[in-house]
Structure formats: C-alpha cells, structure tokens
Ligand binder design. Sequence first.
Ligand code: SF4
Ligand code: SF4
Length: 316
Amino acid sequence: MKKVTLGNTGLSINPLIFGTLPLGPLQAGLTPEEGGRLIRHALEQGVNMLDTAELYQTYPHIRAALNGYKGEVLIVSKTHAPDGAQARAHVERGLRELGMERFDIVHLHGAKIADPFRERKEVLEELLKMKEEGKIAHVGLSSHYVSAIRKAADHPEIEVVHPLINMTGMGIIDGSAEEMAASIRACKEAGKGIYAMKALAGGNLIPQARQAIRYVLNVAGVDGVAIGMLSEAEIDANLALFHDNTADEETWKGLESRRRRLSIMANFCKGCGKCLDACASGALAVTDGKAQAAEDACILCGYCAASCPEFVIRVV
Ligand code: SF4
Ligand code: SF4
C-alpha cells in the first residue's frame, strides 16, 4: 500500500490516518473493545498512524487495538494544557495509559488559540524538553486558525502541522479554505509534515463525503488526512478512495446517507456556560438558561462535551 513521507520527519505514513475522536465518549461512546476492533482492522489493512488527544479519551481503545499486534504503528497525541506542568502531565499520563515510552508526534492542541507561539509558549517549551528526554519524537501544532498554521512555517521546532481544512471552509476561524491552503503551502515549503483534519467538517459534509475527501487529498502539500471511522466498511471504502481513487457506489451511498448532530439534553443543562469556552467555532449560546448550538456553525467536534460538568452533550 502506498506510503508518503511526512515532511522532514522521515516518518513513512499511510495517507489515511485513523482519527480516533469519534470512537470515544465525546461521540459514539464505543467500548475500548469495540473501538479497538475497528482500529485493529484498519491497522491490518495497512493504516499505520493513529490520531488521538488527551481530550478524546481514546487511549483505552488504542491500547485494546494494539494488544498482541506486531506491526508498525505511529501514535500521535495532543495536549490542550494551558501551561507546561499540565502539558507534561498529559504526555506522561498518555504514555502510561498506552504502556509506551514515546509518542511519535505530540501536537500543541491549539484549535482555538490564535497565536500559540505567544499564548502557549511555555507549553511548547515543555514539549520540546520532553522531546530531548525522548518522550516525544516530533512536536507538532494542530489548529483551526489560518494565521497559526502560517506562523508555524517560520518555526523550525514545529515539524508537523495538523490544520483544519474542508471544501466549504467550515470551522476555519479566521479565513477561507483557500487561505488555509496557502498557509499549508507555506508549511510545505518549510519542510513540515502536514496531515489535515475535519475534511467532512465533523460530519456536516457526509452527504458529499467522496467529493469532500477528494478535495482535501488534492490540496497541495497535504500528506495525509485523519478520518474518524465507525465501521469496517467505512475503513475499507476510505482505503480504496485514498489509494485507488475508487468508490463503490452502493457502499458510499450508504455512508453518505448517515446523519450526525449535536445532542444537548436540555432537561439536565444547568446553563453554566462552561461549554461556550470550549467551542472554537462560536456555535454555542445559553438562551433562557439552556445551552443551544447553531447548526450552521457547529463542526460536530464534540469538544464542548468534554467541558460540560453535567455530561449532557454528545455528538450522536
Ligand atoms: S458546539 Fe460543540 S461540537 Fe459544535 S463546534 Fe462547538 S465545541 Fe464543537
Ligand atoms: S456546560 Fe453543560 S450544563 Fe453548562 S451550559 Fe453547557 S451544556 Fe449546559
């Protein structure tokens, strides 16, 4: 199966990266065994990079998938920590949970941080320290900001970027898809490895999934795309699309007929507003004491779910 080199990292990856967010409690809520079986299927079909984050709570699913697996696997995590001490705690906890000594990549999880090099300077320094200690092989930046991805091009310590891009530009905070594509080109010229997120805008583009995935695969400079997948059929269909540009009509019709939405259990919402701070897309508001999401702005990332003390939000 075709592999690509992830910028100057030298890592050789299958361009289809398994995005594990939808497996966990913020979204589908699969058990570690159920999620692990899906990841394992993807690995056995040639996928070799798994994308997770402290926030996703999917380390148990990855651990289940890797139990007894002898093939090569690259693990990428992210820390949303506001300071260096918490970033270290996130990375070390992740390594403990996974039973590993080193992450292949750890991103500064900068979804809604306009200037991570200023606002998260200490986190970045701590990640680089952990790289020296051998706990991280490569440091990266994930972002929904055109400007942050553009800035990364001028920072040699960032070896990999994980930008949000899709054909409608939905979820990009400060610009269009074309502008994000220009930042991606700048990163490519600077030798960064680049894998994209939210090709399907968190599920909003599922009805046009084939077109949406092909769009991102054709953005100049993109080495790979992380896709959250919830069935073996979806994994196999994506592999065929990524590697042979083929798409079985019946399978994709089924995949494109699925619908996802944000569920907020209004009866149990206390109106505290904590979820508003977690939303990079500005999609949430508290009206009459209850949180509500604007469907046209929500990219179904589920990050608000992680911030709700009442556990009343989920992407379903
Ligand atoms: S409302 Fe929640 S799921 Fe939607 S974009 Fe905001 S954080 Fe993500
Ligand atoms: S964080 Fe939870 S309880 Fe608070 S407003 Fe948001 S949905 Fe309601």
